[in-house]
Design a protein around this ligand. Structure first.
Ligand code: NAD
Length: 483
């Protein structure tokens, strides 16, 4: 019988009593790795109640002791680094190096959480009035939860859980049912940490489990990462139930290239941005806006490089691009490419019929390039989340900025140039939360907030960095007069 993914509630592994299960499929080999339970509301309730019961004792554990758990967690993650990366490849389909990068970024978030004793401090001012002193103290709030996507099954949960618990809160995680195995492994490590029972909890499932979390009276705040339609639902639902919320949504990232850019470096960066993780990164470059004379050389070089990318199973070290997550994702990507052609784009490189020897049933989509893309086309406006580049030619820098700012998303945008003036203009005017200058994937490191604007982010305090300290704590004001 296929193994069933377990839940971790109140310090113990428990089998779910779910009535339905989602198969967890290796997208390259099509092997069914496990079945992920769609946890019933009662199990979400158990997890939240366990977290709630653990809160008062956990917050009293000195912050320096709470931080010690993070040092130990980092060591465990380093020790299991290669196993974790391999597991990510098998359930997600990315390459081994991409998975290693994901684990490294996850570890950086744990390192950040270890600094909580320094960065969680409040502030104080003497004599705000005669003989009166005023203090703002940061306090944890209770049970926080995260609802996370398939594309970074280890890194995204680590954006949230470590900082949430080190600041003194307790936690419930609901990962994507498409990739629950990396998080199960993370919880095996957390179990070895011997945290007090109930501090961290894992429930599996999809929409219903997510709704049960958001509607639960004892959850004080929710971090979400996923697609824009769901981010909007999460934002609205959390607002309705009076919770803190940070909802990071989908993206449509533009990369502009000026004629004065270093073409070789730009192409290498753009290739990594568009085709890295088979285009399934929220920071993936999607529309390449070639300005003026940059167009011809850029097009020729991108076509050459994309045509020679080695697509295959991520566990083969020579693979440069892996699979997309599922056959449903593959079909959606195919449909969007068709739509691009119907709306007038030219198919410069078609990756739809790719066959990978030994993995004929795998959900591979080869590198694809649509040329002659116009701003109003669906492929220029909507997220494809696959290895598809939309190439657009505009006459000048002004038009490039105008086109980029028409997008209803605002996750990331990059500019390739050797002009400081153009770079400053771009950074100043472009409406996106993560800006890259000669950088194709503008990914905030753990001590900076992960930007996002417009339909790419709903909320005000972002994930990561000092924003996360604000999100996971409240400031209590104390006004003192001693007579
Ligand atoms: P998704 O929105 O389908 O799912 C994300 C999570 O929400 C999962 O845990 C899922 O079970 C849950 N969910 C699904 N439908 C729901 C509903 N109706 N109500 C409540 N919860 C629901 O996203 P995905 O396909 O797993 O991930 C890909 C998306 O995530 C892309 O759009 C990508 O751009 C985005 N993403 C954004 C960021 C960012 O930082 N902005 C980072 C990574 C991924």
């Amino acid at each position: 019988m296929t193994r069933r993914v377990k839940q971790y509630i109140n310090g113990s592994w428990v089998e779910s009593n779910a009535s339905t299960y989602t198969p967890v499929i290796n997208p390259a080999t099509c092997e069914v790795l496990a079945e992920c339970p769609d946890a019933p509301v009662s199990e979400v309730d158990q997890a939240v109640k366990a977290a709630s019961a653990a809160f008062e004792d956990w917050r009293r554990i000195p912050v320096l002791s709470r931080a010690q758990y993070m040092f130990r967690l980092k060591t465990m993650l380093e020790e299991r680094f290669e196993d974790i990366a391999a597991l990510i490849v098998s359930e997600n389909g990315k390459t081994r190096d991409e998975a290693r990068g994901e684990v490294r970024r996850g570890i950086e978030s744990v390192e950040f959480a270890a600094s909580v004793p320094t960065i969680m401090r409040g502030y104080r001012l003497e004599d705000v009035s005669s003989g009166i002193d005023e203090t703002a103290e940061r306090q944890p709030l209770g049970v926080f939860a995260a609802i996370t996507p398939f594309n970074f099954p280890m890194m995204v949960p680590l954006w949230f859980l470590p900082t949430a618990i080190t600041t003194g809160n307790t936690f419930v995680l609901k990962p994507s049912p498409q990739t629950p195995l990396s998080t199960e492994l993370l919880f095996e490590l957390l179990d070895e940490l011997d945290l007090p029972e109930g501090v961290v909890n894992l429930v599996n499932g999809g929409k219903d489990a997510a709704m049960a979390i958001m509607e639960h009276a004892e959850v004080v705040g929710v971090s979400f990462v996923g697609s824009t339609p769901v981010a909007r639902i999460v934002y609205e639902t959390c607002a309705k139930y009076g919770k803190r919320v940070q909802a990071q949504g989908g993206a449509k990232n533009y990369i502009a290239v000026l004629p004065d850019a270093n073409m070789e470096a730009s192409v290498a960066n753009i290739m990594g941005s568009v085709y890295g993780c088979a285009g399934q990164r929220c920071l993936a470059g999607s529309v390449i806006v070639a300005v003026g004379e940059a167009y011809e050389p850029l097009k020729a070089e991108l076509l050459k490089r994309a045509s020679s990318l080695r697509v295959g199973y991520g566990l083969d070290e020579s693979t440069q691009m892996g699979t997309v997550i599922s056959s449903a994702a593959k079909e959606r990507i195919h449909r969007m490419v068709d739509q691009g052609v119907q709306e007038g784009a030219q198919l410069l490189l078609d990756g739809r019929n790719i066959k990978v020897e030994g993995y004929e049933d795998g959900t591979f989509v080869g590198p694809t390039i649509l040329d002659g893309v116009q701003p109003q086309m669906t492929v220029a406006r909507e997220e494809i989340f696959g290895p598809v580049m939309s190439l657009m030619h505009v006459p000048d820098f002004e038009t490039a900025i105008e086109v980029i700012n028409k997008s209803h998303y605002g996750n990331a945008a990059s500019l390739f140039t050797s002009s400081g003036k153009a770079a400053r203009e771009f950074k100043y005017r472009v409406r996106a939360g993560n800006i890259g200058i000669n950088v194709g994937v503008a990914a905030a490191t753990a001590s900076f907030p992960f930007g996002g604007q417009r339909d790419s982010f709903f909320g005000d305090l972002h994930g990561q960095g000092l924003d996360s300290i604000e999100f996971y704590t409240d400031k209590k004001i104390l006004i003192e007069r001693w007579l």
